[in-house]
Structure formats: C-alpha cells, structure tokens
Design a protein around this ligand. Sequence first.
Ligand SMILES: *[C@@H]1O[C@H](CO)[C@@H](O)[C@H](O)[C@H]1NC(C)=O
Ligand SMILES: *[C@@H]1O[C@H](CO)[C@@H](O)[C@H](O)[C@H]1NC(C)=O
Ligand SMILES: *[C@@H]1O[C@H](CO)[C@@H](O)[C@H](O)[C@H]1NC(C)=O
Ligand SMILES: *[C@@H]1O[C@H](CO)[C@@H](O)[C@H](O)[C@H]1NC(C)=O
Ligand SMILES: *[C@@H]1O[C@H](CO)[C@@H](O)[C@H](O)[C@H]1NC(C)=O
Ligand SMILES: *[C@@H]1O[C@H](CO)[C@@H](O)[C@H](O)[C@H]1NC(C)=O
Ligand SMILES: *[C@@H]1O[C@H](CO)[C@@H](O)[C@H](O)[C@H]1NC(C)=O
Length: 727
Amino acid sequence: MVLRVFMTEKNNARKCTNDAIKIILYVVFMTTLFLLYFNDNNYEIENSIDYHSAEYNSHYRKVIITENSSKISTKIDDNVKEGYVVWNDNCQIPNISAYDKTIKNLIKKSNSPKCFSTLPLTSVILDVDKWSYTFKINHGVHSQISKSIVNCCYSPIIRNDLKFKNNPKDDDRYKVEPKCYPINDSEIIPKSVEYMMVTCELRPNGDKLKSAVYKDIHAMVIDKGQRRFRNADIPDKPSVLIISIDSLSRLNLIRSMPITYRLLETHGFMSLEGYTKVADNTFPNVVPILTGMFVNQMTKRCWNSPKDEMDECPFLWKDFKKRGYVTAYLEDEPSMGTYNFGKYGFRNAPTDYYSRPYMLAAEHYLPVVKYDGMSFCLGPRSAPDRVYAYMEDFVKLHRHHGYFAVFWLNTFSHNDVNTPSAMDQRTADVLSKLLDGRLLDNAVTVVLSDHGLRFGAIRETHVGWLEDRMPAFYARLPTGYVTARPSHRAALAANKHRLTSPFDLHLTLKQLLFQQLNDDDDNNTNSSLPVAMAEGCPTCHSLFRLADANRSCEQAGIAPHWCTCDEYEELDRRSRIAMDGGKYVVQQLNALLAKYRMMVRKGYACSNLSLRKTVSARSRVNRGNGRREYLLVVETLPGRSMFEVTIGQEDGSGAFGMLGDISRINMYGFQSYCTDDWRLKKHCYCVKKNWKPAEDVTPACVVSVLQMYNIAKTVLRGTTFLAPYLL
Ligand SMILES: *[C@@H]1O[C@H](CO)[C@@H](O)[C@H](O)[C@H]1NC(C)=O
Ligand SMILES: *[C@@H]1O[C@H](CO)[C@@H](O)[C@H](O)[C@H]1NC(C)=O
Ligand SMILES: *[C@@H]1O[C@H](CO)[C@@H](O)[C@H](O)[C@H]1NC(C)=O
Ligand SMILES: *[C@@H]1O[C@H](CO)[C@@H](O)[C@H](O)[C@H]1NC(C)=O
Ligand SMILES: *[C@@H]1O[C@H](CO)[C@@H](O)[C@H](O)[C@H]1NC(C)=O
Ligand SMILES: *[C@@H]1O[C@H](CO)[C@@H](O)[C@H](O)[C@H]1NC(C)=O
Ligand SMILES: *[C@@H]1O[C@H](CO)[C@@H](O)[C@H](O)[C@H]1NC(C)=O
C-alpha cells in the first residue's frame, strides 16, 4: 500500500491524501487497542515526560563532580587566532557559536518517550567480586504488583559460531531456547547464560483469571574464561573505552547535551576542535578509525564483495585481542547497525562480547516505542539505557584488566539535532558514575561521534554544513598514563586547535597497543612499531604527537568536500558555472546509479535523475592550485533529492572533476526501498522497470505518508494487524 503510493504518480496528490487519511484513522484505532492492551500489562506509554518532575529527579539528577581537575596542568602554547578554532596558513576554521543566530529557530528541547512507569519489574544485579548475577523482582515498584503473585521463568538466548557462511543474514541469527526455566526472586543466574528472555506471569491478588504477562530481556557480561592481563600496575598499557554518540557535532554536544559537555570539560577530557570527518556517513568514518583505511582500500584488501561479511578485515579489536585485551562491541538500533546497514556484518562475533543478538531479540520480542523514527524503548527500558547498563557492568568487571571496548549509540541522536537533549542527564550520569567509581583509572576514554547531523533543515545553513563535517571528540588519559608519558598529554592537549582526523585516532590507538614500556617513542625515530602509517593517510600520525601547525586537509586525509578550512564566496545559483556544474553533478550521479544497477531488487531500477535546479553555488576562496573548487547543492527529479557536492574545474581545460563523496542532505526515506546497497541507498529513486517518471513528486506527501507508516509500525510492532493493509 505505502509502496504503491510512490509508484502511481499520476494522481498522486489526491491519492496520497486519501491514503494518509486512511492510515491516520487506522493508526488511531490501533493505538487505542494497543494502549488498552498494554495498560493491562503494567506498561505506561507516554509520548512525553516532564524531566523536571520529582520522580525523574529522584532517579537521575545526581551528577557528582569530585575529581580535582586543577591538579592537571593545562598550560598549552596555543596561538590560535581569535575567532577561529584552527588558524594557520593552510587552514582557517572559524569559531562558530553553538547558538549562532542562523540556527536559533531550529533548536528546542526534546523529550523522549518514557519506557516505564516507575521501575522495570525485573532486573539483574552484578556482584563484581563473585562475577555473578542475581535475578531481582522489584515487587515494590507498583502497588498492583506488590499485591500480585509473580511467577517468572527465563529462556537463554544464544548465537552459535558458524564455520562457513550459511546465508546472507548470518549476523542476524540468534536463538531463544524454547524451554522456559523457572526462576525465583534473588536467585543466582547460571553463569553460562549471557542473554535471557524473562517472562513473568502476574496474578493480581492471586486471581487466576486476571493474569497478565510481563516480558523483558536481560544481558549479563559473563565470564568467558579469557586469560585477562592485569594492567592496573602497567600505566603504559591502558585499556581503551570508546563511547560514540552517532551524528553529534561538537557544537551540538554543547547545545543539546550541556550537562554532558560541562562534565567532559571539567573532568580531564580533552577536546579536538579541529577534528574533521573523512567521509560521509558512519561506516566510512569508522573504517578509518578501526583499520586506518578508506573503505575502497578495505574492499580491495579483505572485503571483495559487498555481499560478504567483514570477518577477514583487520579491525583494531583483532590486534587488541591478539595482545590479550578483552574486546567488546555494542550498538543499539541493529537494523541500521554500522556494519549491517546495507551490509552483512560479521559471520562470527568480531569481539569477545557482541551485543547484536541481545538488541535484535529485544527489538523483536518486546514492544518498541519510537523516538523520532528510532527504536528507543525496547519494552520497559530504553535501548541506550541497555547499552549504558551493559557498559557499566563491563567496565566494572574489567577495571583492572586490559580491554578494548566500543559502545555505539544511535537511538537518540541520529535523526534530529534536538533529540540528544533527552539523554543528556543520563549520559552525564553514567560518565560521572564511571569517574566517581574510579573505573576509568586504567582506561583511555574517548567520547566521540562519526559526523554531525547529515540531513534536515539545519543542513541548509552554513552552520549545519560545518557541523556535519566536525564531530565531537573528547579523550581522557588516566593519571598513571599521564605521569608515565607527560609528552603525550601535552601533545593531545595542544592538538585541540590543530586540524585532526579519524586516521590520527587510528594511529593513536595503535600506539597505545604497540608501545613498549621502556622504548622512547616520543621521537619515534627507530620505528620498531608496526604502526607508523595509516594506509588511507600516509601523512597522518598519532595524536600523541603535535600535529604540524600548518597542516592542510590533504595532509590529514580529508578530501576537499569535507574540508572546512577555507572561506567561500556565494555565487548566483543561475550563473553559468552553477548550471554547468549542476549538470555535471547529475551526470556523475547517473553514472554511479548505472555502475551499481545490479544491486537493485528484481523488477525495479533506480530512476535516471535530472537536474531540477542548482540550489546554491559557492566558490572556495584562495585555492591557487591549478583549479577552482565549487561547493554545489543540487536538487534532482524525480523525488526532489538534494545533494551537496564539491567539484573542481581545471584552470586550463575547464574540465570538471569530483572532489570527494556526494552528500545527501535531505532524507531519502523510502525512496530507495528497492536496494539495500550502501552505495545506492542515498542516491537511488526506486521505480518499477519500464516506469516513466512523472514531472514531480510532492515531497510533503511522501514525508507525511512516511511518518504515518513509522507511527503505524511503532504502534503495531509485534502484532500483525496492519500487515494485510500495508502489504
Ligand atoms: C586540588 O588540587 C590543588 C593542587 O594540587 C590543591 O591546591 C587543591 O586544594 C585541590 N582541591 C581540592 C578540592 O581537593
Ligand atoms: C569560541 O567561542 C566561544 C564562545 O562562543 C568561546 O567560549 C571559545 O573560547 C572560543 N574558542 C576559541 C578557540 O577562541
Ligand atoms: C523457588 O521457589 C519455589 C517456591 O517458593 C521453591 O519451591 C523452589 O525450590 C525455588 N527454586 C529455587 C531454585 O530456589
Ligand atoms: C626528542 O626530540 C627533541 C627535539 O627534536 C629533543 O629535544 C629531545 O631530546 C628528543 N628526546 C629524546 C629522548 O631523544
Ligand atoms: C630499533 O628496533 C629494532 C627492532 O626492534 C632493534 O633491533 C634495534 O636495536 C633498534 N635500534 C635502536 C637504535 O634502538
Ligand atoms: C609547514 O611548515 C614546515 C616548517 O615549519 C615546512 O617544512 C612545511 O613545508 C610546511 N608545510 C606546508 C604544507 O606548508
Ligand atoms: C537511463 O538513461 C540511460 C541512457 O540515457 C538508459 O540507457 C537507461 O536505460 C536509463 N535508465 C532508466 C532506469 O531509465
């Protein structure tokens, strides 16, 4: 049904409205049913929560600032020019205010749905010393429950190793054991159970007829019998803890997560204000951090077909594991996981602890409530809460031992500049808990993002253009490490106002891994380290070395399209160059669509695109290297897709060339439903084969139907009522 709306274009406007009305009516009806159903089950679904309510405060308003940060010297020889965050001959990045007046009207506080009424009914409590978990039924949480008889049982969730590839969805596999083992309050959970689905039957006043069912899924960081090495006494071999909040620019961290920002700024975390992304979206910016390569280099090395899994690729966690570190990777929103969105992830868990089965099962078996299109509530707890809780347990258990762990959060930051505000307090709380518990004393902690918001209204402003390219980056070195290698801290601190990139981070992590206790690597002359170079950026180096004062984007591995070092001059969008450039860009888009046309589902194709208009054209100032460079935003038909591209024009021949990737700056939504290929997803406008594009598709209609569909999916997750209507 929804799909058909996109395909029958002739009378699309009226039909679209009719469909929208039908869907609205249906959604209202289903929502009512849904609420009735879940009220019975002691869930409370609310679309907004007052974060200043007493109840919320009592649970969460507890940031304790204890660390004495004044004892760390912060004297930095810093000659950044006023008004800039990076300033040298080759790079001048302006110091734009997070509250710039051009984006003020786009900024507001955002509230996430509340996933539970008081506390979830069941929880698992870690005993660090015994390395065991106790199952807890929280009888007191609800007056109705305290009077009920509660009977719970659990089914372990497992993912077995595979020797060979079975099918493309190997990374999506998990199994819930059919048997449900009874479990009592305060009972120790068997040590082999890593994930479990808990089902409780509630009988108010013991009444058999009125029983309700409660479900949750719990994750335990179990002892997998690894030989762990103690690094509490080896300051030189710290663990690595990486926490990433997807699509969060440095400025948006300041704006939408002020509590977390203040915490980072006052607790020894050091910011890199010139940290710039090197590719468009998550995956191609993560690959440089974890492999030191661009994706196209990785495809040659170890990932021959996009239909392959990435088990063979040299991700850093492999090196850490080889050297005795325990490894972990957790990510929420598994449907758009970094390694799985349009890709096939890993056949076998890439790290010792790997959350995919947990997140998939939670999304599948628990009622999901969306937050701005993301699966935020998974049953009685939010997805980011689940990641944070797991992270806390993991760090507690490994606080004295070497580990390399990455925690990736998508669900509250991916789609909107304002949504991170809902998790600000919670994020600050979890960080301050780790700091207060001295759990980070042996770990280098990095809080970062992959890029800023990539689409939406803010992207049509200059501030949004900059933010897209400049993700948040904070790193904290443990005190022992700073004492052992003071020069590393000094360099990292001074790099705050230098141009830096994910390749530098890669080399920093490698340096942590390979440096020897007694080698003097500060000057790094005898490079016994197998680490000196990142394939994607031979001129990059560890952040523990001061970056060249005059570093250019090219030297930092940043293609011109992502470079924010230059000023731009606004051109008339109807000028010759804007028109010719626009046509060239559309040609390139069509060439790309043709190149990967085999990746489209049978019976469909990506429509050829045509230029509707050049939306804006800017010319890069001060580029005297044999070509002129232009930043264009073009709108194409069908679908009114907006693309942002940097092109170069040779001084002599006038020939155009692409300088980096193509950014898609409005949402593609369902337009590319006919392909899962990550190279096409942003560009493809799906049509049935032999279909003729109509003049235009009203984007407002497309969006409203899309939103409708999302709401419908949210409400009906786990039920099949809507299926016959939609499909
Ligand atoms: C913090 O450290 C400084 C220098 O070591 C010291 O003078 C100061 O009293 C400390 N403050 C607190 C609150 O411990
Ligand atoms: C950038 O501007 C902010 C105020 O908007 C100021 O607090 C900060 O110190 C400035 N940064 C630099 C490097 O000048
Ligand atoms: C759980 O509680 C029931 C009833 O109180 C009891 O019979 C059973 O032995 C308990 N199971 C365990 C494993 O403690
Ligand atoms: C490292 O290089 C700096 C300057 O190049 C020099 O002053 C310092 O002595 C060198 N350190 C060692 C341990 O060689
Ligand atoms: C440089 O490293 C190599 C390999 O570890 C070692 O054999 C050699 O002695 C080192 N040279 C110096 C000058 O330290
Ligand atoms: C940067 O400055 C150094 C000297 O400080 C010089 O050797 C180098 O060529 C300069 N690089 C660029 C790109 O200007
Ligand atoms: C796109 O245009 C090319 C050449 O202009 C043509 O061969 C191809 O069939 C067109 N594709 C579609 C989907 O219309």
